[in-house]
Design a protein around this ligand. Structure first.
Ligand SMILES: C[S@@+](CC[C@H](N)C(=O)[O-])C[C@H]1O[C@@H](n2cnc3c(N)ncnc32)[C@H](O)[C@@H]1O
Length: 284
C-alpha cells in the first residue's frame, strides 16, 4: 500500500462539493472510469462499467443495496430502475446528496432510493441490513480501509456480497519511479492511500469474506484519462480551477500522471466480488 499522509477528509468533501457540476458537464452522471470495448463514447463506456459490475455481482430483483460513495447517484439509480433494488446511497458531500436525491426523483425512483450525507468510516447500520455492498471508486478515499471492510461486513446478511471497483497500487512494479507516480496520484486525487490487489484480498479475508472473483480492468479503463485531459485542455476548466483553489488545479494537473501510471504498471484498476459466508464462522 502506498500512502499520502497530507490528504485531509475535509479536502475530499470540499472537492466533491465544488467539482460535481464539472464532473457532470465534462463526463456524465457517473464519477468513475469508463470500461471500453472499442472506441465508443465515454458515457457508454462509463455505463458499461456499472452494468458489468452489476452482472459480476449477480444483482437480483428487489435486493437491498448500500452504495458507499454514491456520487451523483448514477449507480444507485441504475440499480433501482433496472432491478427495482432498494438502494441506500452514502456520500461525504452534502451537495452530491441533494443532487442524487433530485436525480432519483427525475428518474422516478425516489421511492426506492435513499441518499444520506455521511462519512462511511463513521456511519453505522444494523447488522444484516443489506444483500449487497456496492462501492465504485470510493475506498481509495478511506483512511482505514481494513477497519471499513470489517465494519461493513457486519451490515451484510449471511450470503451477501461486496462489489467493489478501485484504483490500485500496481502489483508488479515497485521501483522508486512507480512509487512516486502513485504518490502523486494520491496527492492530486485526495487518496490517503492506494492498496494493491493483494491488500484488498487480505482486507476482505480479514473481514470474514471470500473473494469469489476479481478482474484487472486496467487496459480497458485508462482511456478515461486521455479523454479527460483533452476535455480539460479544450474547456478552460483549468483556468476556472485556479480561481477556486489550489487543490482543484493539482487535481487537473495529475490527469497525465494517472494515465502514465496505468500505462507503466505503477497503478492498476481492480474489480472484486466478495461474499459473506451463509454460516458465520464460529472461530472468526
Ligand atoms: C470518484 S467518486 C465515485 C462516485 C460514484 N461511486 C460513481 O461511481 O459515480 C467518489 C465518491 O466517494 C465519496 N466519498 C469519499 N470519501 C467518503 C467517505 N469517507 N464516506 C462517504 N463517501 C465518501 C465522495 O463523496 C464521492 O461521492
Amino acid at each position: 500500500m502506498i500512502s499520502c499522509p497530507t490528504v485531509r477528509k475535509d479536502e475530499i468533501r470540499s472537492h466533491y462539493n465544488l467539482a460535481t457540476p464539472f464532473y457532470r458537464l465534462l463526463w456524465g452522471r457517473h464519477i468513475h472510469h469508463g470500461l471500453w470495448e472499442a472506441q465508443e463514447a465515454a458515457p457508454i463506456a462509463a455505463q458499461r462499467l456499472t452494468e458489468t459490475l452489476a452482472q459480476e455481482a449477480g444483482i437480483r430483483h428487489g435486493e437491498r443495496v448500500l452504495d458507499v460513495g454514491c456520487g451523483m447517484g448514477g449507480s444507485s439509480i441504475h440499480l433501482a430502475r433496472t432491478f427495482e433494488c432498494d438502494v441506500t446511497g452514502v456520500t461525504l458531500s452534502p451537495f452530491q446528496r441533494r443532487w442524487a436525491a433530485c436525480a432519483a426523483r427525475w428518474h422516478g425512483v425516489a421511492g426506492r432510493t435513499h441518499f444520506q450525507c455521511d462519512d462511511a468510516e463513521q456511519v453505522d447500520f444494523p447488522a444484516n441490513s443489506f444483500d449487497v455492498l456496492w462501492s465504485v471508486e470510493c475506498t481509495e478515499h478511506l483512511f482505514d480501509k481494513p477497519a471499513f471492510f470489517r465494519r461493513a461486513a457486519q451490515w451484510l446478511r449471511p450470503g451477501g456480497r461486496m462489489a467493489i471497483c478501485a484504483w490500485l497500487a500496481g502489483s508488479k512494479t515497485h521501483d522508486a519511479a512507480s512509487t512516486k507516480q502513485v504518490y502523486d496520484v494520491c496527492e492530486g486525487f485526495l487518496c490517503p492511500s492506494l492498496g494493491a490487489a493483494d491488500d484488498y484480498r487480505q482486507w476482505f479475508e480479514q473481514a470474514g469474506l471470500t473473494v469469489e472473483r476479481s478482474h484487472d480492468w486496467t487496459s480497458r479503463v485508462w482511456r478515461t484519462w486521455a479523454l479527460c485531459d483533452e476535455r480539460v485542455k479544450r474547456s478552460g476548466v483549468r483556468w476556472l480551477a485556479r480561481l477556486l483553489d489550489r487543490n482543484q488545479v493539482l487535481f487537473l494537473d495529475r490527469f497525465e500522471t494517472i494515465l502514465k501510471a496505468y500505462q507503466s504498471g505503477a497503478m492498476e484498476y481492480g474489480c472484486f466480488i466478495a461474499r459473506k459466508p451463509e454460516q458465520a464462522d464460529p472461530t472468526a
